[in-house]
Design a protein around this ligand. Sequence first.
Ligand SMILES: [Zn+2]
Length: 113
Amino acid sequence: MHELSLTQSLVEIAEEHARRAGGTVIRGITLEVGELSGAVPEALEFAFDVCSRGTLAEGATLTIRRVPGHGRCAVCAAETVCHELTAVCPVCGALGFELDTGTELRVLELEVD
Ligand SMILES: [Zn+2]
């Protein structure tokens, strides 16, 4: 499962940040997950349960913030939501569409004790 390795590295990042902040327990992790990142929130939650066992993040509350896909077309200058990973503008059909949000998958906030 794709989400397992993703979550594993997210937990590692969270632990590293927590240690650097002098924390011993991670109470909460907020993830930013783009609609087009390919990660399924339910699968991330499941993977987190598995991956956080025995780490500083064990028992932490996982909050997932979904980020909708959005981009801008370099050809017609349209700015619009986008529900697929594409370079084709949904408005004019030209190959010049650039996503500015929707592909992120990162640790947004950490609550550490
Ligand atoms: Zn366009």
